[in-house]
Design a protein around this ligand. Sequence first.
Ligand SMILES: [Mn+2]
Length: 190
Amino acid sequence: MINIERKTKETDIQISLDLYGTGKSEISTGVGFLDHMLESFSKHSLIDLNVHCKGDTHIDDHHSVEDIGIAIGHALKKEIYPVSKVERFGSCAIVMDEACVECDLDLSNRPFLVYEVDIEGKVGDFDVELVEEFFRAVCFNAGLTTHIIMKRGKNKHHIIEAAFKSLAVALRRATTANERTGVPSTKGVL
Ligand SMILES: [Mn+2]
């Protein structure tokens, strides 16, 4: 279990995260759609996750969404590394009705994000361009090489929720114990 506190003039965030949990969450970010996505992420990753954020959402949701991503990324980095006796690589394609999104990731300890999800506009009052900001903040601060690719879809709520679930399950698979892998790198450390 890792606890992270992150306070700036824009946001005040408390996070607790247990990588090997049971998918329990208490989420209150001030951004309703993000609450829904993080509850889904926790449930399907089996990561126990509490997130509380007071942010300047009177401006817009950008600072809160990005800063929560940074804080979750920091917490994941502390929980994941150094990598030992786990699968290391994880992939998952999730379907939600007409939508299908695939996430492929590597516990590389190197930040990289390929994000090919071609959607615009809003879900409710949530700006969908913030989804890429969130995933970039998570992957860069956690040290994850991650590709999130929309294979098909029309409904933006389905597409984004499938993206969060695909990251959740890919991460769960990559962090699944495997006694035989040792340090799963020819470099000898990750
Ligand atoms: Mn939903």
